[in-house]
Design a binder for this molecule. Structure first.
Ligand SMILES: [Mg+2]
Length: 230
């Protein structure tokens, strides 16, 4: 019987991409808007891809209307370029991730999904390169909402449609590498397991009071037992 819904962030949690990802977004921005805005130095961690695009272009003086007019074009260009140019060697899996996903997916009391600031097209491509997509039958993505805080409720609804179980409160565990993951868990009274494998240090994550905090996901047994008892 299903007891827990575990929702994984992608970047910094399951995997890291090298500088190619940023380069590809820059090229898509230039192709569509004629400027990369502040994309070269912008902090992307924990942010929705859609929000990142607006932020970097506003920093170059573009207004909301101009950005919105070409938003679908830049999104599609970015995803298309990512599929062409982001290769398996550009992706580093975080420690313990394959073992953890194998362990969690073999349990009948756990459902797995994604909760990520990636667009579905880009997130699925990143996961496809190390063959992780099959672990995640559904997810909530940047396509679904303007704010990460709106994604947990969407993910719960999709889990219900797929499994027939309405996961509530502490039955939902969100695993992520930034304060944004911790904050969005609170919107549905879910538990957040923070992991310091992204750009945030353990100390910085601890300040946001996650339910649990790990340096990495390397200890499969410990993480699984924590998830089921949290
Ligand atoms: Mg992340």
């Amino acid at each position: 019987m299903l007891k827990k819904l575990v929702l994984f962030d992608i970047d910094g949690t399951l995997l890291l991409t090298n500088s190619s990802n940023r380069r590809i977004l820059i090229d898509a921005l230039i192709a569509v808007y004629g400027t990369e805005g502040s994309a070269r130095d912008h902090n992307f961690a924990g942010k929705m891809d859609s929000v990142i695009i607006y932020e970097v272009l506003k920093n170059a003086g573009l207004n909301d209307e101009h950005i919105a007019e070409n938003f679908t074009a830049v999104k599609n260009t970015y995803i298309e370029l990512l599929k062409q140019r982001l290769l398996p060697e550009d992706v580093e899996l975080m420690k313990g991730v394959p073992e953890l996903l194998t362990a969690l997916s073999s349990r009948e009391d756990i459902a797995l999904g994604l909760l990520t600031g990636n667009f579905e097209g880009s997130g699925r491509h990143k996961l496809e390169l190390p063959s992780l997509n099959h672990y995640f039958p559904f997810g909530a993505f940047a396509d679904d909402a303007c704010h990460r805080n709106d994604l947990p409720a969407i993910a719960v609804e999709r889990a219900y449609n797929l499994t027939g179980k309405k996961f509530e409160g502490e039955e939902v565990v969100i695993i992520g590498d930034t304060e944004h993951d911790i904050r969005c868990a609170r919107t549905i009274q879910a538990k957040c397991i923070a992991v310091a494998t992204g750009t945030y240090s353990a100390e910085r994550l601890r300040a946001h009071s996650p339910a649990a905090l790990y340096d990495n996901l390397g200890d499969t047994e410990k993480v699984v037992s924590h998830i089921v008892t949290i």
